[in-house]
Design a protein around this ligand. Structure first.
Ligand code: ATP
Ligand code: MG
Length: 417
């Protein structure tokens, strides 16, 4: 039964951050808090090194279930740790067969080729397939994603747009080429050409994922909560993660600072630690404002089992309902000013030197460090070229305009301060 005041749309919340900061504990605690408030909640582990079952201390109970399935933890609460091997057999059969055949002819031994054919992204897509299915069938009110450490989480959120890009730009061409060359060279070529079922497999996956990119870019539905600790190296990584999530069009609606030493600790051993932490705890808002920062103390022991997780949930949320969106700003918007168009993209913590961009057909391609984002342009703006770009107050502003009738197909510019 849906609780009074529960949102009419479903929510998807990602918990991401550096390794070991407390993502799994906080996802599990949030799940319990949401379930207590009457929201039908799923906590799904997107980290191949699953530890959700351990956090709930469910090991014995789980033995009765098949790995990878939905497991009921308490009223209104389920967990799921996606099993890659099983998902590959179910969704990736032809793609997997082709990739392992390809690796095998390159001289790799069969078993190693099969291992390597589970390429990065398959796990993430398998989880996304579940998310999309649950959203379509309205199985839950809230899905919490306990993510892998930052790098992998970013790959996870980039998959829907990358797949969309691949399917619209490359897929048809590749399929046509394969169809043409297959009869000519398949008998003597040393490299296998993908068969039709490989393409059908990819197309079927694409159909099943349809809509997930829009869902993840909708700040009313999907938000990211960055978990961090009061230490320089961890906060630096949190800032980078913040930038990259913005680049991929996701909204960060809270930062959670976990493991803060409680004031009642008077052991002199911790004096320097307390000073260091205090500096970060005091100044954290300056880094992430206007996104709210929530604080959680270090507990006297590891956070294991339902009772401790519930306590963590109380410390973290107090009277707040975790389902709400606590900061909502569209990741990018277009504006018209002085006869030109402007693209505003939230990109905190980057300097202009880090940003390169160019336009290609109806897309603006923005590169920040090693990551790339394709922003598709509305038709009127797609006829313009990027004239200049600057970074101001954590926002990249790109001015787009017509260039005296000369249509360039590609122009690269670097942002200026
Ligand atoms: N506030 C806290 N007080 C005490 N222990 C904590 C706290 N938060 C997390 N822990 C403990 O720290 C350890 C790591 O936490 P957790 O597994 O949630 O981190 P994680 O970010 O999911 O790690 P990974 O990156 O490996 O997935 C666990 O043993 C957990 O019980
Ligand atoms: Mg974890």
């Amino acid at each position: 039964m849906r609780a009074a005041g529960a949102p009419s749309i479903m929510r998807l919340i990602l918990y991401s951050g550096k390794g070991g900061v407390g993502k799994t504990s906080i996802s599990a605690a949030t799940g319990l808090e949401l379930a207590r408030r009457g929201h039908r909640t799923l906590v799904m582990s997107v980290d191949p090194a699953h530890s959700l079952t351990d956090a709930f201390d469910l090991e014995k109970r789980l033995m009765d279930h098949e790995a990878g399935k939905l497991v009921s933890v308490s009223k209104n609460l389920w967990i799921q740790e996606v099993d890659v091997q099983e998902e590959i057999a179910r969704h990736w059969e032809s793609v997997y067969a082709y990739v392992s055949a390809l690796l095998n002819v390159s001289g790799l031994e069969q078993t190693l080729a099969e291992e390597l054919a589970i390429f990065p992204g398959m796990e993430e897509v398998s989880s996304l397939l579940y998310v999309n299915q649950y959203v379509r069938e309205r199985t839950f009110d809230v899905i919490l994603l306990d993510c892998a450490p930052t790098g992998e989480s970013l790959r996870f959120v980039s998959i829907p747009t990358t797949l969309e890009w691949y399917m619209t730009k490359l897929f048809k061409l590749e399929r046509r080429v394969a169809k043409m060359v297959r009869p000519m060279i398949s008998t003597f070529a040393s490299v296998p050409i993908p068969q039709e079922d490989y393409f059908e497999n990819l197309q079927a996956l694409h159909r099943k994922l349809a809509g997930i990119d829009r869902l993840m870019a909708d700040p009313k539905v999907t938000t990211v909560r960055l978990v961090t600790n009061p230490e320089k190296v961890v906060i630096k990584e949190t800032q980078r993660a913040f930038t990259y999530f913005c680049l991929f069009g996701l909204t960060v609606d809270a930062v959670i600072m976990n493991r803060i030493l409680p004031t009642e600790i008077h052991d002199t051993f911790f004096d320097t630690w307390k000073n260091t932490q205090e500096r970060w705890v005091q100044n954290i808002e300056e880094f992430f404002a206007p996104v709210p920062v929530w604080r959680v103390p270090l507990f006297e022991d590891e956070v294991l089992g339902i009772e401790r997780l519930k306590r963590l949930g109380r410390e973290l949320y107090g009277p707040r309902d975790p389902v709400r969106v606590y900061f909502q700003e569209a990741p990018y918007r277009f504006r018209k000013a002085d006869g030109n168009y402007q693209l505003h993209l939230r990109l905190p913590f980057v300097s202009s030197d880090d940003i390169h961009l160019f336009k290609k057909q109806d897309e603006l391609i923005i590169r920040v460090g090693g990551l790339k984002r394709h922003v598709s342009l509305p038709p009127r703006i797609a006829r313009c070229e990027p004239l200049s770009a600057r970074v101001r107050d954590g926002e990249l502003i790109v001015i787009m305009g017509r260039t005296n009738g000369q249509r360039e197909t590609k122009s690269e510019i670097t942002a200026a301060t």
